[in-house]
Design a protein around this ligand. Structure first.
Ligand SMILES: [Zn+2]
Length: 541
């Protein structure tokens, strides 16, 4: 069915991919495989793959409405309903949204496929697919949230982490740019797929590059973080992923391995600082034609979207971790970004944010300052750094009133002797050191639980930072340089006026190009935070 030129340059992986895909039906996905994946996971994978079935009395954790697959209408959800959740790109497709005015209609049997209702192909075909898989209910945002009932809508949006965590399975329609694209290759439901050599090359390329368009597009994928089991329809091929297995329609080891990467999703309902820092590191070595676009780029980062970071971002720094975030450090010599528009005092690229500098940021040292992240060091067991706020911060732009900054993560830090009641969905992780995680998901592991799903915060661009603080003057020790400890930037020891060593200063200069320190040169430093290395015991007990 496929005729591909295997040139001598073709890699063994491409050869194996082509061979494996040749076994597939070019037109139809094997529904028996999909059923087998579900059954195998149900029977053999145990509790790791089971849905959470969170029943919190104080908050909403279940859908309000579900699509009844057999009766083709909406119904009020019951606690034990077995439902699939749909993840898809809406992309502006024409679709009926549930509202208070059409709710009665949509609850009538058959209404979803009636002439009064418009559903895009992806939704229609998913309903057909679930019928084939004997999954009785479907949840999707457009139909199952009453869009103009604001109070309920807010509660349901906040329940989304649990709605996905409690789903029997998540169906991911990964192909196409809109919900009009549909699924292909489901016999009796959709058009046939076209698995030809071009498609297989595309599959191979996207797997090989670890960057299928599906993951790199700017759409909301936060729901995936909490989906236990997923069936994806990608490049017209069906894939499976659960905590115990990754399967494709063709069993191919190299593809299985590559497919493990989707767990490192950029989207989260949990404020994942590691994702944020990795994104910053990746972004900040980029050059922009217009330097001020650096801020636009971070605003566009997947990681800053959604509901995870309480209070949003101030000039690229997450407000909820503001005191720790100000402690970013260069890894290599940074170059100042200068805006090409506007006067310099209203530059959107201030020096206090990494946004104002181009070059590599040292995310390891930055991570060390985050008190909820356990930092493991090869020569020690575990460090627990605590950054203590010593000043109150405000931001503004020239001529504007100042606005206080609320670093809300501080309120979640455990205090010695305080009652440690866990937020819903959080549990103790099975780790050597005391860690918490949401729904048993490793990527949410932290020394203490942070909240899930905060109201979406603003993305603020501020050029000025205000605080009342202290300053001190220190002299550099010109006779002794700290060892570089593998870093690229120079460091100098700082002395007080008696010549006592008081600390160390990291310079924005490359190793080996030691800055010439003039005699009697004094550095003026201002205090921005306190910090200490704690005995980790007080967090663990
Ligand atoms: Zn499983």
């Amino acid at each position: 069915m496929m005729d591909i030129d295997l040139t001598p340059k073709s890699s063994p992986e491409l050869r194996r991919t082509i061979e494996a895909f040749k076994e597939l039906d070019a037109q139809w996905i094997d529904i028996k495989s999909l059923r087998l994946w579900l059954e195998t996971c149900d029977k053999e994978h145990g509790s790791r793959c089971q849905r959470v079935l969170t029943r919190e009395s104080t908050i909403e954790t279940l859908p309000q409405y579900l699509v009844d697959i057999q009766r083709k209408c909406l119904k009020l959800a019951k606690e034990d309903d077995r439902y699939a959740a749909l993840s898809y790109v809406w992309g502006g497709a024409t679709t009926t949204l549930t509202s208070t005015s059409n709710l009665a209609l949509l609850r009538e049997p058959g209404s979803l496929f009636s002439s009064q209702v418009t559903l895009p192909k992806t939704i229609k075909y998913t309903i057909g697919l679930l019928e084939r898989l004997d999954i009785p209910y479907l949840w999707l945002d457009a139909l199952c949230i009453v869009q103009d009932d604001n109070a309920t809508k807010q509660r349901q949006i906040h329940a989304m982490a649990w709605i996905y965590a409690n789903a029997y399975i998540t169906i991911i329609a990964a192909d196409g740019d809109s919900a009009d694209h549909g699924l292909w290759g489901i016999r009796g439901v959709t058009d046939p797929r076209h698995l030809d050599d071009d498609t297989v090359s595309a599959i191979y390329t996207s797997l090989k590059n670890h960057s299928p368009g599906w993951y790199s597009r700017g759409w909301t994928f936060q729901e995936l973080t909490f989906s236990r089991r997923r069936t994806m329809f990608h490049n017209q091929v069906a894939l499976w992923e659960c905590p115990c297995a990754s399967w494709t329609e063709c069993r191919l080891d190299s593809i299985f391995k590559i497919l493990r990467w989707p767990v490192q999703l950029h989207y989260s309902m949990w404020p994942n600082m590691k994702n944020y820092l990795n994104a910053v590191k990746g972004y900040n070595t980029r050059q922009f034609t217009f330097p001020q676009d650096a801020l636009g780029a971070v605003v566009g980062l997947h990681v800053v979207r959604g509901h995870a970071f309480d209070g949003g971002f101030i000039t690229g720094l997450p407000q909820m971790f503001f005191h720790e975030s100000l402690l970013w450090q260069p890894e290599d010599t940074l170059k100042r970004r200068v805006s090409t528009v506007g006067p310099s005092d209203s530059s959107p690229l201030p020096s206090w944010s990494w946004v104002g500098w181009e070059g590599a940021i040292d995310i390891q040292r930055w991570t060390m300052h985050l008190s909820h992240v356990r930092f493991f060091h090869p020569s020690a067991d575990v460090y627990a750094y605590q950054v203590t706020p010593t000043v109150k911060w405000f931001y503004s732009n020239p001529g504007e009133d100042i606005t206080p900054i609320h670093a809300s993560s501080l309120k979640y830090r455990p205090q010695p002797g305080s009652d440690r009641s866990l937020p819903p969905g959080s549990q103790l992780a099975n780790t050597k050191h005391t860690m918490y995680e949401f729904f048993g998901l490793e990527e949410t592991r932290a020394a203490y639980p942070l909240p899930l799903l905060c109201p979406p915060g603003d993305i603020v661009s501020a050029s000025l930072l205000h605080s009342e603080t202290k300053r001190g003057f220190f002299q550099a020790d010109r006779h002794e340089w700290p060892s570089s400890r593998g870093t690229l930037c120079d460091e100098v020891f700082l002395l007080d006026k008696e010549g006592e060593r008081m600390g160390m200063l990291r310079l924005n200069s490359k190793s080996g190009s030691k800055i010439r320190i003039e005699q009697d040169l004094w550095f003026e430093l201002v205090e921005i935070a306190g910090g200490e290395i704690q005995d980790p015991g007080w967090i663990s007990t």
